[in-house]
Design a binder for this molecule. Structure first.
Ligand code: HGY
Ligand code: MN
Ligand code: MN
Ligand code: MN
Length: 411
């Protein structure tokens, strides 16, 4: 096994460089939607940091940024890739995404300072729209690259301002006719290792700083649209209303009731959109966004079916209609056993833990061997300003990643 490269750059120091970008004073935390001014500034920070390390940068047809370290001028084949995302959920934490990118930069510094003879090229990658916060479809960049999402479907996605992904992509230098599966890039990659803040309590409970990922829960997003009769709040008597808000509210309670009844299920309504959304207006429509996850995909499907059936009853009781639309469904992912085993050999003290959160590594796993490393989050909370990583653990993550990459690029 290769010598362990010594850490030369502090991961928390790199994160401090971007701590002021995309802060959300209203919600707390960070709001960095894809191609927003904040995320574009973060992209700039990444490419400038990569240039400082003499990495060769390219932004591909799907808006994914690749920063290559290939000192021996090897052919771009069987490359080792690491990286993560810079976009965030609304009011998200400082680490979900950026920790993986900052750790990759710190790892590169350690590798470049070590006396290594790489036999494989290395790339740092930043994937756009991992959270799906702007277009409702998670991991849009990596799903375009693998073809899991077609260009037609992506181009037609519309954000809350009515901007299609095609228009937004074009405004940011992408040719909407060029987005889609990238066979050439996929053929160049040998494996992908993503480091990410743990979004749960596994490492705290085990008293460890670093874990290796075993699997990602199957998870999906659906929209329940309840429609009734919009009207004036003051001139409409209570009887005879067809108020979709009531059916929506009853469904939100169903999601908790039905989710609680299934061992290991996670069923969430985190977003509810009344239309038109006036406080003196009976809504004409209410969209309820549903997020359901479980280690067994069939359980996810059955739970959504039960929630939708209950929703239809509530809608009927209120004289409303309801439609269910699937926005995305990602099947359970078990990471590559061989690669996972290799990481276990390199990091023997790291426990192997599942994650309930989706990641680009889960999308790429369908095409190439992928693995994940997780770093302890003392709060266990994520998608919230309360998400946290202590400086020594952040550096331990950067060091673990450098150690793994040193092994993978030299064997
Ligand atoms: O929603 C997720 O699981 C991920 O954070 N995008
Ligand atoms: Mn993430
Ligand atoms: Mn996330
Ligand atoms: Mn009025």
């Amino acid at each position: 096994m290769t010598e362990t490269p010594s850490q030369t750059t502090s991961v928390s120091g790199l994160l401090a460089e971007i701590a002021r970008i995309g802060t959300d004073s209203a919600r707390g935390g960070y709001s960095r939607p894809v191609y927003s001014a904040a995320e574009l500034e973060l992209r700039e920070w990444f490419t400038a940091s990569a240039r400082q390390r003499s990495l060769e940068i390219e932004e591909d047809r799907n808006g994914i940024i690749w920063a290559w370290w290939n000192p021996s001028g090897l052919p771009l084949a069987d490359a080792v890739v690491t990286g993560s995302h810079l976009d965030s959920v609304p009011g998200g934490g400082a680490f979900d995404g950026p920790l993986g990118v900052a750790s990759a930069l710190a790892a590169i510094d350690a590798l470049q300072a070590a006396d290594l003879r790489p036999t494989r090229p290395l790339a740092l990658a930043v994937f756009p729209e991992e959270e799906g916060s702007r277009y409702g479809l998670a991991c849009l960049g990596s799903q375009l690259m693998t073809g899991a999402v077609t260009p037609e479907r992506a181009a037609a996605l519309v954000d809350a301002d009515g901007t299609t992904f095609a228009d937004l992509a074009a405004r940011n230098g992408l040719d909407p006719r060029g987005i889609g599966r990238d066979d050439e890039r996929l053929s160049q990659i040998g494996c992908f290792v993503e480091l990410h803040v743990e979004q749960g309590r596994g490492l705290i409970d085990q008293g460890r700083a670093i874990a290796i990922g075993s699997s990602i829960l199957g998870h999906g997003r659906w929209r329940l649209s309840f429609s009734g009769q919009g009207n004036h709040a003051g001139t409409t008597l209570m009887n005879g209303r067809r108020d979709p808000m009531l059916a929506a509210a009853a469904s939100v309670l169903d999601v908790r009731r039905l989710g609680r009844a299934v061992e290991g299920a996670r069923a969430t309504v985190g977003k509810l959109d009344p239309i038109p959304g006036g406080s003196n207006v009976i809504a004409s429509r209410v969209d309820v966004w549903l997020d359901v996850r479980h280690e067994d995909d069939a359980v996810v499907a059955a739970l959504v079916t039960d929630i939708a059936a209950a929703a239809r009853e509530h809608a009927a009781a209120e004289g409303c209609a309801v439609t269910l639309t699937e926005a995305s469904m990602s099947p359970r992912v078990d990471f590559h056993p061989g690669l996972r085993g290799r990481l276990s050999t390199i990091l023997p003290d790291a426990p192997i833990l599942p994650t309930g959160a989706g990641h680009d590594a889960g999308v790429l796993k369908e095409e190439i061997p992928t693995a994940m490393l997780f770093v302890r989050n003392p709060t266990g909370i994520s998608h919230s300003p309360d998400e946290y990583v202590e400086d020594p653990d952040a550096d331990a993550g950067g060091h673990a990643l450098a150690t793994v990459l040193a092994d993978l690029i030299t064997y």
